[in-house]
Design a protein around this ligand. Structure first.
Ligand SMILES: [Mg+2]
Length: 280
């Protein structure tokens, strides 16, 4: 398939959206993934209108302790970007991989393990997910879901869910994907409002966009940068210049944060709190 590597959008004034398949992969609209996880739309449309005014108390800090526990928790929803990891650059990597390998679909996780496990995933994601899977298998919760502002256009979020399975060496971690198509509208900061099922809680780096806000747990913004060096090594030297121009373009749109996030322990620290709540 002849494809154009450019990630520029039609209008120079339109900024493409990072981690947005519709923009980054617009050449691939007919390229459907093997696995499609159905969206349980009924479950997320309980808020009839976009959330407008939530009176969030000024001193509210979105900790797990502050969660309104009146309705027992039986679903755990996870935001994607900056919560489970800093993975959006992978959309560019995949586009380049398809282009130079004349490939369709998504690459094997193993090819990009260096990225995901070298800082793309938030530390302790595996331990956290395996605990949730254990909770579900013992009947303490019913579902583990992804709830993201990213579009699942072309099955991108499905693929990320499969990558989570690979990380954990298990299958079927994610039950449902709620993507931008089931959002409650665009919030002030550009993310989507997220109506949450009454029995669910959400983990999100922008917890204030959830409705109701008091079922949403704040996760520190995670933005670990992973060196591109292994990426270049995946390709013939003659292509490095072109790859470099693409990555530099992306870095201009989304400047790289060089702070060190590798010491993040959010997922490690939340497990004991969940254990206390579930008594397991
Ligand atoms: Mg996020």
């Amino acid at each position: 398939m002849a494809t154009n590597l450019s990630i520029l959008v039609d209008s120079p004034t339109t900024k493409y959206s990072d981690s947005d398949e519709q923009m980054a992969f617009s050449d691939y609209s007919s390229n459907l993934p093997d696995l499609i996880i159905p969206i349980d739309a009924q479950d997320v449309h309980e808020s009839p209108n976009p959330i407008e005014q939530q009176n969030i108390p000024a001193n509210y800090t979105f900790t797990f302790n502050e969660i309104d526990k009146t309705t027992p928790i039986d679903k755990v929803n996870l935001d994607m970007d900056h919560t489970i990891g800093n993975i959006s650059i992978i959309t560019i990597y995949i586009k380049c991989w398809r282009h130079f390998n004349k490939a369709d679909g998504y690459p094997p996780y193993e090819l990009f393990r260096w990225f995901f496990e070298g800082g793309g995933w938030r530390p302790y994601l595996k331990e956290f997910l395996l605990y949730l899977v254990d909770l579900r298998s013992k009947g303490y919760i019913k579902q583990i879901n992804i709830h993201t502002s990213v579009s699942n256009y072309n099955g991108y979020v499905d693929w990320i869910a499969q990558c989570m399975d690979k990380l954990c060496e298990t299958e079927g971690i994610i039950d449902n994907i709620y993507d931008s198509s089931v959002s409650g509208g665009i919030s002030q900061c550009g993310a989507t409002y997220k109506p949450i099922s009454p029995s669910a809680i959400l983990f999100d780096d922008k917890p204030w966009n959830a409705y109701p806000y008091n079922r949403s747990v704040g996760v520190p913004y995670y933005e670990q940068n992973v060196s591109n060096e292994p990426f270049y090594q995946m390709f013939d030297k003659q292509h490095h210049k072109e790859l470099q121009s693409v990555l530099e373009y992306d870095a201009r749109q989304y400047p790289i944060n060089y702070n060190d996030f590798t010491g993040d322990t959010f997922f490690k620290d939340i497990v004991p709190k969940l254990k206390e709540y579930f008594g397991y």
